[in-house]
Design a binder for this molecule. Structure first.
Ligand SMILES: [Zn+2]
Length: 279
């Protein structure tokens, strides 16, 4: 287990915002038959339930401090047992001040990835990271700001759309250089514009995978899709792509929804089977 990793000259630091209430496997992976969980009961499930974690990452690259995703936000969150987010406290624990963040970049626009964008207790809202540009995937922006989709995504109205009026937001697409060492890669499926981020420095590589991979069980079972994946065929393809890069190139993967002890790891293949080894 590591909280910090060096990828060449890049430093990546894992952060924890909140541990949401666990959910029955059938609720999280509705297309997966209960019996198929049998081999993973001990290793993956927690008292028979799927436990997710709302983690984010800070990447220090080329004198820039980049926050990748902003958790679910301060809360309390009625849809998550009234729990509260702790991202600012965890940043403080790691000696990072909100004003140190130069860039906030989002993998996608779900509630648990945009929550600490804006302090909504202030009128008008003010950014939690006062010196940051906020980078938003353009395909997700187009998708979530359509009236029908926006009606079901109030967090976008609260925590993303005001960034535009505040002149804090830039849209980005596939292959965008966040810094010379951090490049976005379109990994659609979970959402249409879902982005992963490839870190590349001094011959070493890692990828922050966002929600292309939610749970460690998907390393063993890449065809399993979360119910919330919008396009499940694309989601599986994106997941397999990232896993293949880890297998063939030894690329480290950083998965914010995994247990904090397993946020960083590599995928290994044995015959047809794949498994996760955390570092
Ligand atoms: Zn998520």
């Amino acid at each position: 287990m590591q909280e910090k990793l060096k990828i060449g000259n890049v430093e990546i630091i894992s952060l924890m915002d909140m541990i949401p209430p666990p959910r029955p496997p059938g609720q999280f992976f509705p297309d997966v038959d209960q019996a198929l969980w049998e081999p993973y009961k001990e290793e993956v499930l927690d008292k028979g339930l799927v436990q997710l974690y709302y983690g984010c990452f800070v990447v220090v690259s080329k004198q820039k401090i980049v926050l990748v995703d902003t958790g679910i936000g301060p809360g309390p969150h009625p849809t998550r047992g009234n729990k509260k987010g702790n991202l600012l406290k965890d940043l403080q624990r790691k000696n990072i001040k909100p004003e140190d963040i130069d860039i906030v970049v989002h993998s996608h626009l779900h509630i648990d990835h945009v929550g600490w964008n804006l302090d909504l207790s202030s009128e008008p809202p003010i950014p939690f990271f006062p010196n940051a540009r906020y980078l938003v995937p353009s395909i997700d922006w187009d998708h979530f700001t359509k009236p029908d989709n926006l009606a079901n995504a109030p967090w976008v109205s609260e925590n993303v759309i005001p960034l535009e009026a505040l002149s804090l937001m830039d849209l980005f697409g596939d292959g965008f250089s966040v810094t010379d060492e951090i490049t976005s890669i379109l990994t659609p499926g979970h959402t249409p514009g879902h982005m992963s981020f490839i870190l590349s420095s001094a011959g070493q590589k890692a990828a922050i995978v966002g929600d292309a991979i939610h749970s460690r069980v998907q390393i063993n079972e890449p065809s399993w899709c979360a119910g919330v994946d919008i396009d499940k065929v694309a989601s599986e393809k994106s997941r397999r792509y990232l896993m293949e890069k880890s297998v063939s190139e030894g690329m480290i993967l950083a998965a914010g929804h995994f247990h904090p002890k397993e946020h960083f790891g590599r995928v290994y293949r044995h015959g047809n089977a794949t498994r996760w080894e955390s570092i």
